[in-house]
Design a binder for this molecule. Structure first.
Ligand SMILES: *Cc1c(COP(=O)(O)O)cnc(C)c1O
Length: 337
């Protein structure tokens, strides 16, 4: 089974558009991080089951109202959810039980699996649709031994759970890099987020996936500088010769963080690289186009399937996940089929 993770506005791509498209393709499950994200999908007409990875007890009533299936990861949230389900007269409301196998972020401890399973088998308000865990370093070749231990622990948890619960719910462990690097550990379902857009963190280089996202902009204005002229706030860039500088309508409020600029990060115009110069402003960046034959109104590529988001993120010492999810909602999204 395939679960599509569409949290954080579908990794910055537009959760409703992406979820509706994937629903047509027939994905089995969606996951979001928070209940409100699931509510937005339901209000847009998404019918596929939705797992909520990190639900907050204050929104549990809403989860039930909108048929959003919570992850229960501790005694505290388990009790709170059962109480809400009982209040709302639920029978066998689907839930997912998360175990900690080494990430130490969310999840019951593995030692508790049989006891928890036995307790849950007596519970009428909820039913366990799946049990799962999350890998800590599935993209890291140095941590292979650790990841294999996590996989082993999860297998043991599944066995213990089955013996306590009386039957085996769905089991899932792998995110995108888990699927790519540990194809033997896919259990009954996989949870892919970043891979939906073609980024796969494969160990040892280039994978089979094709990056699909592009971020495009335009040149708003071009300035001709003399030697000694400066660009932008705090005069961070000073021309050491005659230069041509173009201004783009994208800034740190759009997710192009302040780690870029001053030579960090390049965009491209007609496949030629133009470095970002000076400090990134809130709504604009300036680029050096001295060697590029371009005009105001010309198209600019920040990343695309060739110069990928992974590349651009790496130049800013971050990862595609952060870059993509930080892109502001004022950047227009367009689905190209
Ligand atoms: C975000 C998340 C995923 C998806 O991870 P990708 O690396 O984007 O595929 C899967 N499982 C959990 C628990 C997550 O939080």
């Amino acid at each position: 089974m395939f679960l599509a993770v569409v949290k954080a506005f579908a990794y910055g791509s537009d959760d409703v558009v992406v979820a509706k498209y994937l629903e047509k393709l027939g994905v089995d499950y969606f996951a979001v991080a928070y209940i409100e994200e699931g509510v937005a999908l339901r209000k847009a007409g998404v019918k596929t089951p939705i797992l909520v990875l990190h639900p907050q007890p204050i929104n549990f009533r809403k989860a039930i109202e909108f048929n959003l299936e919570p992850t229960l990861y501790s005694e505290r949230v388990l009790k709170a959810f059962i109480a809400t389900a009982a209040e709302m007269k639920q029978k066998k409301f689907p839930v997912h039980i998360k175990f900690n196998t080494g990430l130490n972020r969310l999840g019951f401890q593995n030692k508790a699996s049989k006891r928890i399973a036995f307790g849950l088998s007596k519970e009428n308000t909820i039913k366990v649709k799946s049990i799962f865990s999350h890998l800590a370093a599935s993209e890291d070749s140095e941590e292979r031994a650790f990841t294999l231990r996590q996989i082993g622990r999860f297998s043991e948890i599944c066995e213990a759970f089955e013996s306590g619960y009386g039957k085996l719910p769905l089991r899932h462990l792998c995110n995108t890099s888990g699927v790519v690097n540990y194809p033997g550990a896919t259990f009954d379902m996989v949870r892919c987020g970043i891979g939906l857009y073609g980024y796969d963190n494969r160990i040892g280089g280039c994978g089979d996936l094709l990056p699909v996202l592009s971020l495009k902009s335009v040149i708003s204005q071009i300035h001709k500088l003399k030697k000694g002229d400066s660009v932008g706030y705090n005069r961070a860039y000073v021309a050491d010769a005659k230069k041509t500088i173009a201004t783009l309508p994208l800034g740190h409020a759009d997710g192009i963080g302040r780690q870029y600029g001053n030579g960090v990060g390049c965009v491209s115009i007609q496949n030629q690289k133009a470095p970002i110069v000076g400090n990134v402003c809130m709504d604009m960046i300036m680029i050096d186009v001295s060697d590029i034959d371009c005009q105001e109104g010309d198209h600019v590529v920040v990343f695309d399937p060739v110069t990928t988001a992974e590349h651009f993120a790496e130049s800013g010492k971050t990862i595609s996940y952060e870059l993509l999810t930080a892109l502001s909602r004022r950047i227009k999204r367009r689905l190209v089929e």
